[in-house]
Structure formats: structure tokens, C-alpha cells
Design a protein around this ligand. Structure first.
Ligand code: E4P
Length: 215
């Protein structure tokens, strides 16, 4: 499973990118709205220059024509831009049109296996099931990833699964085991993945022994 980072904050992206683990970035209108003093397109351009991988920028139109127009504008920003589209009939019309033009697409707000199958058949490069938001309702987000992975495997569907709405480290392990190709993860959770008390204790012990001997 690859790691994407789920943020529009450039400082977070730069830091996570410096760790050598990031294969892409996802943004959404709520994440972009948190950013000050920079336009959406300029931020996407900046990210696309730094990260050599898929950079998702989401459309805000609700009709297919508007989504296609926005999608073409987003795709013109950089060759690694992926157009993020909502899981609606209009979103899939736009997905099909943009995919046929060779533009990468990410169908977002997936909450059922049938939605993922529809998006895949509309030519989506990626589908994004939202684990955390399903868990919030008492449903099993990981089980959804497992179902989608199984359906895509049975039918040899090349669409990649991005486990999204990740809330904690356990989601990462479970999404990887359930067959997600990618997880898109907030900076805070990525940073938590490094931590283990025995790692810290081990480093302390090695340094203490070294200093005892070498002063
Ligand atoms: C995915 O592409 C979305 O940007 C994101 O994962 C949504 O997560 P949230 O449920 O924490 O808002």
C-alpha cells in the first residue's frame, strides 16, 4: 500500500515529502478552504512541482458540464494532476468524459461497494471510500475496503482503491490488510505511524551505553 497525504497545507506536504514516503497528495474543498493567501490553482501547482505523483484537486460544480470544464482547467495545471469528482450521476458522466481524454480521475465520497463498481466502470483511475465517516455511523469502513478489493480482483478491474477519511494508525494497518492500494492520511496520523515507545527506549539505551564507554 502506498501513502498519499490528505492536506492542502504546503508545510505539512514538504515535511512528509522529506521523509521519502509520499507517493501523492489529495485535497478537498474543506482542506483548501483552510489555506490563506493563496489560490487553489496556485497551491495545486506548487504541490505538483514538489511531489512526483498523483495530486488530487476536487471540482465544486454539481453539473457534468461544469465539472468537465473545471476538470480540464485543473488538468492543465500540471501533468500529475488528478481530477477529483463526487460520486453522483453527473460526477460519473464527467469521470467518463475526462478519462476518455486520458485525464486521471478520483471518484470521492464512496460509501458502498456498488458506488465503487459504478465509478470503476466510468473509467475512474481511483476510488476513495471514506472509512472514518462510515465508522462514525457505526458501520465498518474497513469491511467496505475489503469488499471493493475483492470485487475489483474478481473482475480484474484496474481502478485503484484509496482508503480515505483515515483517523488513526490502526486504520492504516487494516486498510493495507484489506487490500487498499493507497491510503490518504492526514499529517498528524502519518507522524503517529513512526512512534513506538520501544523505539524511543532503544535509542536512549544505545546512546547511554555508547556514552558510558566513549564519554
Ligand atoms: C479524501 O480524499 C478526503 O479528502 C478525506 O480523506 C476526507 O476525510 P475526513 O472524513 O477526515 O474529512
Amino acid at each position: 500500500m502506498k501513502f498519499f497525504i490528505d492536506t492542502a497545507n504546503f508545510e505539512e506536504i514538504k515535511e512528509a515529502h522529506s521523509w521519502g514516503i509520499i507517493s501523492g497528495v489529495t485535497t478537498n474543498p474543506s482542506l483548501v478552504a483552510k489555506e490563506q493567501n493563496i489560490s487553489f490553482h496556485d497551491r495545486l501547482r506548487e504541490i505538483a512541482e514538489l511531489v512526483d505523483g498523483s495530486i488530487s484537486g476536487e471540482v465544486i460544480s454539481l453539473d457534468a458540464e461544469g465539472m468537465i470544464k473545471e476538470g480540464l482547467e485543473l488538468a492543465a495545471i500540471a501533468p500529475n494532476i488528478t481530477v477529483k469528482l463526487p460520486m453522483t450521476p453527473a460526477g460519473l458522466t464527467a469521470c467518463s468524459t475526462l478519462s476518455k481524454k486520458g485525464i486521471k480521475t478520483n471518484v470521492t465520497l464512496i460509501f458502498s461497494a456498488n458506488q465503487a463498481l459504478l465509478a470503476a466502470r466510468a473509467g475512474a483511475t481511483y476510488v476513495s471510500p471514506f472509512l472514518g465517516r462510515l465508522d462514525d455511523l457505526g458501520q465498518d469502513g474497513i469491511e467496505l475496503v475489503r469488499q471493493i478489493a475483492e470485487i475489483f480482483a474478481i473482475h480484474e478491474i484496474p481502478t485503484q482503491i484509496i482508503a480515505a477519511s483515515i483517523r488513526h494508525p490502526q486504520h492504516i494497518t487494516e486498510a493495507a490488510l484489506a487490500g487498499a492500494h493507497i491510503s490518504t492520511t492526514p499529517f498528524k496520523v502519518l507522524a503517529q505511524l513512526f512512534k513506538h515507545p520501544l523505539t524511543d527506549k532503544g535509542i536512549e539505551g544505545f546512546l547511554a551505553d555508547w556514552n558510558k564507554k566513549n564519554g
